[in-house]
Design a protein around this ligand. Structure first.
Ligand SMILES: [Ca+2]
Ligand SMILES: [Ca+2]
Length: 280
């Protein structure tokens, strides 16, 4: 096993955050993740997958996303799309942690299971909140909501476990993960909705992953545009990196991950995708 760190390439300049302008918002069925290939949006709920048009119309759903998989499962996290397939981190979340973690790959056209890759149970990962395909490093990254100090890497072709990347500073309650070029984006549900505090997007300048240096986590954006502070979930950077989509939930009162009724004015939880224009 190798404990990976990443070295920015010699020509790298320090990262400065981009500017984000809110473009559109649309409601969706799922509360977990968002991905896009530029032709459609894909949304995950805890136990469902959905396909939406780029203007936000529901086109297709799969409400049995664990059918055909081995072992008990009850949770999907943030998702990604790559090469005509949808990637999801699935698990059985019981007793306050994830078990039977799998990388599940779905057909983008049908949202049906094609194959799955089992996790490395000795990796130290205890939950899977999201997944990202990294074409630069030819790997799959898994994030952990419970223990945010590490990301976990699997080979994109073979599915072999490659090692972990240590993060500094440690993000609190990671929800979403996405890789665009040499940048790895994370959302963290670190703003307390009880206090109306916003959540955040962080960035890691990934470059080529090797074993020599350290990875640092930098604040990229404060998510102040949400109509009401709630739970940030998945995110994706669209192809050409001109737009960012962020899924967020509002209305439900969720304390330490456990639903406890609703905030005043709400009788159900609302799931929305916020689309931002990116200016670098
Ligand atoms: Ca989540
Ligand atoms: Ca929050």
């Amino acid at each position: 096993m190798v404990f990976w760190t990443c070295t920015p390439r010699p020509d790298h300049r320090p990262h400065s955050p981009s500017n984000y302008t809110l473009d559109t918002v649309f409601q969706v069925e799922g509360r977990q993740g968002v991905a896009s290939d530029g032709k459609a949006y894909y949304i995950s709920g805890s136990k469902a997958l959905y396909k939406y048009s780029m203007s936000g119309e529901l086109l297709l759903s799969n409400t049995s996303p664990f059918e055909g998989l081995e072992g008990a499962m009850n949770h999907l996290g943030d998702i990604d799309v790559f090469n005509g397939e949808l990637y999801a981190g699935a698990e059985n979340f019981v007793n306050g942690r994830g078990e039977n973690i799998q990388i599940v790959i779905y057909d983008l056209e049908t949202l049906r299971v094609k194959r799955s890759i089992p996790w490395e149970a000795n990796s130290g990962q205890v939950e899977v909140c999201g997944i990202a395909v990294d074409t630069l490093n030819q790997c799959i990254w898994l994030a952990d909501w419970l223990k945010g100090e590490r990301l976990y890497r699997y080979d994109l072709i073979t599915g072999d476990y490659l090692g972990h990347l240590s993060l500094d500073p440690i993000p609190f309650q990671i929800q979403g993960i996405n890789v665009a070029g040499e940048y790895l984006y994370l959302t963290a549900d670190d703003g307390d909705a009880e206090l109306n505090n916003p959540d955040h997007v962080y960035i890691i300048q990934l470059g080529e992953v090797d074993s020599e240096a350290s990875s640092s986590v930098v604040l990229e954006k404060t998510l102040a545009e949400f109509q009401r502070a709630g739970e940030v979930e998945g995110l994706c950077i669209l192809p050409q990196a001109e737009k960012m989509a962020v899924l967020m939930n509002r209305g439900a009162r969720i304390i330490q991950g456990i639903p406890q009724g609703f905030y005043p004015g709400y009788d159900h939880e609302i799931h929305e995708v916020y689309i931002y224009q990116i200016q670098r």
